[in-house]
Every structure is written in C-alpha cells, then in structure tokens.
Design a binder for this molecule. Structure first.
Ligand code: DP6
Length: 356
C-alpha cells in the first residue's frame, strides 16, 4: 500500500503588548472592537508560540494541542479561522488543478508557548497568530500579513497585531463585515530598536475574569467606558503614532501609562468591579513613578502597562537599562517582601523574520 503523504508547516509568532488598549467589542462574533489599539511586538526569541500545522488524508479527526494538552477545536473562533483559511486554499485548488487537494484533509495543530498561558501575557494573541500563519504557510496562501490579520482577529482580537513585528496598530474599521478591521505596521522594529520591555510576572495563575467576558461586562455596565471610547482613545492613537514616528520616549511613556490607568479604571467602573491589579502590580506602579520622578530632566524614562492580569510590562530605552531594569532587579532580587516568585526579564521589542 502506498504511504499517505503528510504535509507540514511550522512557524513562530511573537507576543504583543498594547500601549493603547483594545477593550470592548462592537461585534462579538467577528471580534470587531469599539476602539483602535496599538502595541509593541516583543522579540520572539523571548516570548512566543511555536505552532506546527499538518494535514493528511490519513488523519481521521481534527486536533489542536497546546503545551501537550488537547484543546477544544470546535469553538466558533477557531472554526472561523479554519473556515476562512480552507476557503482560500480551496480557491487556489480550483484555479490550479496541479495543486494537491489539501483543503478537504483534516488538520493536526500542535502549539507550544514558552510563557504561562492565560496569565495576562497575551497568550491568545501569539496563539492565534501562530495558528493562522502556520496553516497559511501549509496551504501556501499568497495572503499578506494584513489579510491574515483579518482572519487572526476572529480567533482573538489582539492576535491580529502579532502578524507584524515592531510597532503595530489595529484599525477598528467601519465596515459591518470587518473587512477593514485589520492591523498595519506603524514602524518597523529597526525604526526604534532601543525599545526594551521588562516583564514582571506577579502571578502565573490563570486570570479570574477572561478578557472576552471582562470586556463584555465593561461595555454593558461602565459609563466611564463610553467616555474612553468616544473622547479618550482617538486622540491617544494619533499621539502614540506620532510619539513612535518621532521616537519621543517621554510622550510614548506618558500615553502608555495613562492608557493603562484609563483601561483599568473602566474595569473598576464595571459592575461587578473587575480587579486585575494586585498589591504587587501597584508596587510596580510606585517603583516606576519613583524612577520617573528621579529622572534628571523630569521626563519619564519608564512606562508601566497592565493587560487583563496583574503582570506588569515596563517599557524603557536601552540607554536607561541601569536606571530602570537595574532598579527593578535590585528590588526583586532581595529587598522587597512579597515579591517572591516574581520574575523580571529583559525583552527587546522584537521583529518577525523576513517573509513572516
Ligand atoms: C487587555 O484579544 O485577549 O490585552 O478578542 O476576546 O480574545 P478577545 O480578547 P483579547 O483581549 C486583549 C485585551 C488586552 C488589551 C490589548 O491587548 O489590546
């Protein structure tokens, strides 16, 4: 009997950490956001998902494993991504009969993260970006990162930004079908390569309230949220793009901290209240504030931001490594009680490889 061929493709996708936060959906099915957002993609040497997608006539069921544990693949979000990718492959196969018929074959997807899942470290972003990219490669789709970002967004909103390296915006879009709700590059990593991020893991536990349900509750109950969406974020998106283009760290830092504060204020304003920050998170805020107030010219040299969890990400420039990472490492190393189990890591703002 002839051996059945197995087709396979592997990819890495990096984590991104937003400096203008996505929080709120105007369409929960398509993951269309209530505001645009902007993030920095971290180096995939440090934090990333590695995914291998394979397909074969010999596979009898479709499977997905994450960190060796089988995952439910039947969820609407995963299915939306698989359906769109299959459809694109099918069109290629219809137009070129010499191509192997991969679209009807069952898929086997194997993913590994090198960081704790669901701890507010945007695991779903790297996860869905890697899933979409690995299948797009397996199917040899000619799609651009922007087109793939439209698909990855349906898996998890923030995933659309992990299709690019460097500084990335996600345009909320205006179309009902989500066709213009896609990510684009604001600047390559090489534009501002001095950017660094310190990840302070305050807890590697799974978060209490998932991003999806948390943001739904905020949209439904917070009055502050309306103000954020209408009056706060649009100006910040412009200001942040400008800060990045001009490599203006004080402006970048100011907007980053203000937007994290504003997002967590809308969480507090949700009924019942959503509290992602803990005492360790608040200690990190105080340390950043102290570092910034001791800066020579009074301009900020570090910026904290928190996603839907207690872990802090602190951005700073390489020239201030001693003044920022050095101070945190000194504190985390010995002096501050209650920081046990907290890990600090230097992570460069990353780029994705050529052709990614
Ligand atoms: C606080 O992208 O995880 O990290 O679209 O429901 O999967 P879903 O949400 P998700 O939300 C991320 C929220 C955030 C802010 C951000 O990354 O912009």
């Amino acid at each position: 009997m002839a051996e059945t061929e197995i087709y396979r493709s592997s990819t890495f996708a990096p984590v991104n950490i937003a400096v203008i936060k996505y929080w709120g959906k105007r369409d929960t099915k398509l993951n269309l956001p209530t505001n645009s957002s902007l993030s920095v993609t971290l180096s995939q040497d440090d934090l990333r998902t590695h995914t291998t997608a394979s397909c074969s006539d010999s596979f009898t069921s479709e499977t997905l494993t994450l960190n060796d544990a089988p995952q439910d693949i039947s969820g609407a979000r995963t299915q939306a991504c698989l359906r769109e990718l299959r459809q694109l492959r099918q069109t290629l196969e219809e137009n070129d009969s010499s191509l192997p018929k991969l679209s009807p074959m069952k898929l086997k997807i194997v993913s590994q993260n090198n960081f704790p899942a669901a701890a507010g470290l945007a695991s779903s972003a790297a996860g869905f970006a890697a899933l979409v990219r690995s299948i797009a490669d397996l199917y040899a789709l000619p799609s651009t990162p922007t087109e793939l970002s439209r698909i990855a967004r349906q898996g998890s909103g923030s995933a659309c930004r992990s299709l690019f390296g460097g500084y990335v915006a996600w345009n909320q879009g205006t179309q009902l079908d989500g066709s213009d709700s896609v990510a684009y590059s604001v600047a390559e990593q090489a534009h501002w390569p001095e950017m660094r991020a310190l990840i302070l893991v305050a807890s590697a536990e799974k978060k209490d309230v998932s991003s999806t349900s948390g943001m739904q509750a905020t949209v439904a109950t917070s009055t502050l949220f309306q103000h954020r969406v209408e009056n706060v974020v649009p100006g910040r998106m412009e200001g942040m793009e400008k800060a990045i283009k001009e490599r203006d760290f004080p402006a970048f830092a100011d907007l980053t901290m203000k937007d994290s504060n504003n997002f967590h204020a809308t969480c507090l304003d949700t009924s019942p209240s959503i509290l992602y920050l803990n005492d360790t998170s608040r200690a990190a805020i105080r340390i950043c504030t102290a570092i910034n107030s001791s800066a020579e010219d009074g301009k900020p040299i570090c910026a904290y931001t928190f996603d839907a969890g207690p872990n802090a990400v602190v951005y700073y420039l390489a020239s201030h490594t001693d003044a920022v990472a050095g101070v945190f490492k000194g504190i985390l190393g010995s002096e501050l009680e209650g920081w046990e189990g907290v890990k600090g890591r230097d992570v460069k703002a990353g780029s994705v490889p050529e052709g990614y």
